[in-house]
Ligand binder design. Sequence first.
Ligand SMILES: Cc1ncc(COP(=O)(O)O)c(C=O)c1O
Length: 408
Amino acid sequence: MANSLPQDLGIDTLCIHGGHSAESNRAHLTPIYTSSTYTFDTAEQAIAVFKGDEKGYIYGRWGNPTITEAEEKIALLEAYGLKDENGNQLQLKAILHASGMAALCTMLMGNLKAGQKVITHQSLYGGTHELVEKILPDLGIDSVIVDFHDLQAVENAIQSDSAIALMHIETPANPTLQCVDLEALSAIGKRHGLVVCADNTFATPYLQQPFKYAVDYVMHSTTKFLNGHGTAIGGVLVGKDMDRMNKGLTKMHRLLGGNSNAFDAFLLTNGLRTFALRMERHCANAIAVADFLHNHPLVERVNYLGLSSHPDYAIAQKQMRHAGAMLSFELKGGFDAGVNFINRLRLCTNAVSLGTCDTLVCHAASSTHMGVPREKRLEFGITDGLIRMSVGMENIGDIINDLAQAIN
Ligand SMILES: Cc1ncc(COP(=O)(O)O)c(C=O)c1O
């Protein structure tokens, strides 16, 4: 049982054992519970389970044992080594969703009402940006977009607009890898009574723990490093206010219907067992790739948070255990150089997404950002020859050899 595990376990041990509960049929691993509904012995038992007086499952959209294991594992990883205000181990609750976007929707809809506003940074995952800019306004929720590097501007914006009720921080940001100061931003948000949420998808709890900085929520696209194998779309919302999580946010999750399913949860749990080990390898390979690219004569610029030349290097050093496995680089020769590079690759995979075992590479101008007008794209820092890379776990020599033969 998760709650009978010894205290103070290491993070690799938590990845493997955390969240696991003994199973009634003595299955070693928690099976894939595909039942859509759950039975009761008596009407009285149903009453007790519905009231929450007795633990139990009711209906698949509300959860099942396979989902619970993934949720508890992620909650333990986000809380790893952190204390609450009374000096006790921080307790968190995670709610698994069908996607990162579904987790984000539950968080936003569960905390904002028409007439209120969200403040966020200009560099965000495209889907988040569109949700905030195109969908929320129709529900009466507007956004205030500020450069989160400029803390005074953030403070001024909040002070001058009492409708701002929630701060959403994504760091490092997709795809620019901009990194903003979680501690300082969360402090500003909390000083003004805002709800603060951090999207920890790129860093993962292995490299960065936003709850250290008093945020209220962390969300992830579990599709990425947490699953680690590219086998399932998923998302998770993690919170520290148990009452809010168990009531308002659970209700929102159930009613919006963005629930996960047993098969995806099983794949996620399976991936999480090797999560810490995988991150070590991803990160070690990423430094080697960044060094190789940095010294390559046909590479104009490398954006890697572990290089001291990165403008956000100091912030990353302060709040991340390691600069991570994501980088982007600009090839000399612009758009054509980007297309040629992608076409010459023999090992690295040409695909969007990130955090899988294999190295994923994408040329933004000819794929993810093809529809964005060039001027707008350049404004976001997405230049013509920009290649985004999620460094995988292959032997480092093989990755570098493939890049070397493709860049010429
Ligand atoms: C930082 C970030 N947040 C949220 C999402 C949305 O996650 P999903 O695609 O699982 O819905 C993504 C997807 O790429 C992302 O990169």
